[in-house]
Design a protein around this ligand. Sequence first.
Ligand code: GDG
Length: 737
Amino acid sequence: MNDFERIVIIANRSPFSIITEKNKKTLIQNSGGLVSAMASLSEKMIPALQKQNHQIIWVGNSEFRKADFEALEPPSKSFDFYPVAIPEDIYKNYYHGFSNDTLWPLFHYFPRFSIFKDSYYDAYVEANRLFLKQVEKIIRPGDFIWVHDYQLLLLPQMLRKKFPKANIGFFLHIPFPSYEIYRLLNRKWREELLEGILGADLIGFHTNDYTQNFLQTVRRILGNDNTIRKIFTPERIIKTDAFPIGIDYNKFFNALDDKAVKIEIKDIEKDLNNCKLIFSVDRLDYTKGIMNRLTGLEIFLEKYPEWHDKMMFNMVVVPSRDTIPRYQKMKREIEAAVGRINGKFGHLGWRPIIYQYKSLNFEQLVALYSLSHVGLITPLRDGMNLVAKEYITCQGKNVGVLILSEFAGAVAELGEALIINPNDSNEIAEAIKKALEMELEEREERIQKMRKRIESYDIFAWAEDFVNQFQIIKKEQSMLDVKIVNNKIENRIKEDYRTASNRIILLDYDGTLVPFSRSPEKALPGRGVIEQLKKISGDEKNKVIIISGRDKKFLYECFGELNIILIAEHGFLIKYPGSEWSAESEMTDNEWKKNVKPLIKKYADRCAGSFIEEKESALVWHYRGSESDFALVRSQELKEELMEFLLYHKDLQLIEGNKNFEIKKTGYDKGTSITKLFQNQNFDFVLAIGDDRTDEDLFKALPNNAYSIKVGLIQSNAKYNLTHQYEVNDLINKLIS
Ligand code: GDG
């Protein structure tokens, strides 16, 4: 973490609450996944940070002011806390509303619970703005800003707009759902939320599945492609990755030797009456599968009466959001089910379920983890589930068995648990029996394997991994920064242009002179482009060339009237002003098209929105107009078939363009076609601009003094990059003005 001056954590939750007891105010540390994780992290980091003069700053929501917190003794010196005050009416719609009644159910695959209300979203935007206002006052250059969770999805982009160079990481603690679920959000919201997240440089999720869901959703909603989990926006490369959050392993493991924990263990043991203990603890929430767990237990008790009097299920439900009617209803249902099951199977000396609606202190929690023979964790969806990891870590002499839902993110790392589908009550019942009856040797083996993993990727390794990956992506971004045409480079180009007397300017068409369009015939040069081309080609010191993959008809219709050299079909055809078209190489054999066309046609027919373009020298399959994911699959299939075909046709080549595949003869390209132009010519200013892969041949063929510019932030043979297509027109205008 050495490269950053300070870490600024931004999360809705504040690490502390102020409570008043007997007229005395005290500061307590809040519970919950994120606060536990970050508190452990900062506690471990504090000595090092202080030595290096570094700090952890936490910005979170609270109704109290900073001075109120400073007046009280903090439970830990982990954080320098800056509260964000959110007026009550906004908070209600932002937190209980959009965060917990729209996003939370939707992201946990409960779309029917999601409420879509404009007033919720408006408050969400406002609350994110209030966070921005507080952060603005605190941050300094060099800070690492780490935004957390679903309450602040808009904040990364808000920060980016104000501080384009800021170091911004984002981590989502809940699942990122599939595209089909995410798209249920109103169009405006779903776009703005994704753009909000994309303000970060590094975006972390718990699992690879959530990462893939996010990448697919971004591609389908915003149209940004990705490769190896990197998203390319015009401005930046953004990295996404899986960082399965860990726990403070040593804190839990060492607690087993803690005196207070041992006392708790003795106390609980007394109450167990030699029964085997099944344990669960979770916040009151419909995602946690509490009712499913009870149904599974009921079946177990029905099917296996031999276990009556020999087991006990201690189910701790931690109060949460219980002012919301849905949660109140769920609580009543849970309590009714517990009463019914106890009534059905229990007797004076034994009840199968010990239900507690309260939170436990740390010692009680560890004691229960360590004493229980079975940890029963059955969420219907859970981002990660730290309880599962804590349970494994705290296995003492009993060596328990973890039963874990396949819908918890933790399952990706805890494959040795008994994995169940929480919707399958019979499976839960069987898993309980299996767990209770499992031999010690097998239990030990399973626990050891999982424990090792939890130990080596603990909360600190998680944070370090995130920060390391952050530094890597920042380096990658800065390598591109160096190449972006900034003011200094632009002035140099302008100055060299001004003083030169024999200039050559080579311009690609689609994606360079004009933006892409869904149908190529609609991507026509506007009046502005024609005017600037007229001007630049009207200067007798200039030789202007449009070098494109387009066919000769299109180029002639657009530019035939201008004093411009036209190169069509990626260098196959060339036309000087006032002359006819001539082919760069002989194209006597067009037989190959007869074989390739039916092959491509098959894919054009099977992929709605795609079509074939036939050029003199080439066949092109365009799929920009198709649904992107489907087209990706079809394009990979077509590629495979074409590659096989090309194995036997060495005179042909496949060019993967921007949303198109082109099959053409080998032996000429944009590079070869311009070599003639440079023969016996001594240009004192060379400028070439292009965005496509075919422009790479052009860039390679240029003399050393050339200014070659790639449009888009992609690695290239060009010397420089421009971020957006419209900047090409701006640059040309600057040269001619
Ligand atoms: C969100 C995501 C993700 C619970 N009851 C007591 C208590 N706890 C502590 C546990 C654990 C934490 O709270 C709960 O963490 P979870 O991960 O199970 O669940 P969420 O609060 O929903 O957290 C979740 C997490 O963020 C981290 O990214 O894993 O998927 O939903 O640490 O020990 N602690 C004490 N008494 C209790 O009664 N002392």
